[in-house]
Design a binder for this molecule. Sequence first.
Ligand SMILES: CC(C)(COP(=O)(O)OP(=O)(O)OC[C@H]1O[C@@H](n2cnc3c(N)ncnc32)[C@H](O)[C@@H]1OP(=O)(O)O)[C@@H](O)C(=O)NCCC(=O)NCCS
Length: 302
Amino acid sequence: MTQELPPPGAVKPYPEPDAAAVRELLLDWCGAEPEDAEDAAAALAALDGPAREAADRLYQSIAADMGGRKWLPWPKPPGAFPLLGLYPLLAAVPDMLAFHEGRGVDEDLSRRVLADVGEKLRLNRRLHGRAGLDVANWFTGHVRGALYQLGRLQFCVEGPGPEPTVGVHIRGEGGPLTLDAVRDSVEWALEFFPTVFPERYAGPEDLVFTCESWLLDPQLRDWLPERSNIPGFGALFDLQGPGGPAGNRADLWRFVFARAEDAKVADLPEDNSLQRAVLAGIRAEVPWRNRLGRLNLARLGF
Ligand SMILES: CC(C)(COP(=O)(O)OP(=O)(O)OC[C@H]1O[C@@H](n2cnc3c(N)ncnc32)[C@H](O)[C@@H]1OP(=O)(O)O)[C@@H](O)C(=O)NCCC(=O)NCCS
């Protein structure tokens, strides 16, 4: 995989951030915790030559595809450097800001999209007990200008063709997934994408929203309490295909239980109704699946 990345310096010089810049970007732009910012600044000094070269190549892959779709298939970070992907992402923040400015996107939205970095650093600390960014490549969507946080939901330009579909993503932080919050976000997206990408979308009628998630599994309806927002969110989508037969353990462990994938079922927390419901299903051998769906705009009143 690393072989597929552009070589160091191939597109533009890698503006490797120094420790002060890492700290400042994480605290002021990404909403990170002080201990994550400190650990990331300290870990920068520990990178060896090959790791620095790898970070340069990751940065080149961003710089070569500004305005591209989805996120890039980066290799997993080496065990010794769990924050390796963070540095090229931070180095690309000025590229992202320039892209946003060129498209008329407010700085407020640039800040909002970066807040996801702080969240995922917090999640990594919960999962692994240390600073890390295990899905650093996810943020290549953010810094290349493909993904935006509009209210409660994230939207990412994803699909192929001249009018790419827009993927719907849901951060953990940001409050309950109420229908009102979803409606407000989708309304914003219907206006935002044709304005920011007029060459792709002539108007709201060109937008097709898709989502692939554990949240769309209709089996959840039978297990969650009536007050839960999740089945109502899932019911907004027309499902496509049966979902992968292998199930979605990795996602449930991460998003529902905030546990590393090797945690035993007996050790999963049962602190709230969602965790209790999903765990009851696991014990009853319910084949939980991620499902793919297309948002039915009429169900939101559009
Ligand atoms: C999607 C999400 C925001 C829905 O939250 P919500 O609207 O509060 O959901 P519900 O109405 O079903 O809440 C039911 C219960 O889940 C709990 N809950 C909410 N977010 C939770 C989370 N991240 N992890 C564990 N439990 C959570 C609530 O506290 C509530 O418990 P209670 O009834 O004991 O008070 C939430 O599940 C979440 O943050 N998930 C992580 C992000 C994610 O899964 N994204 C999709 C990736 S594909």
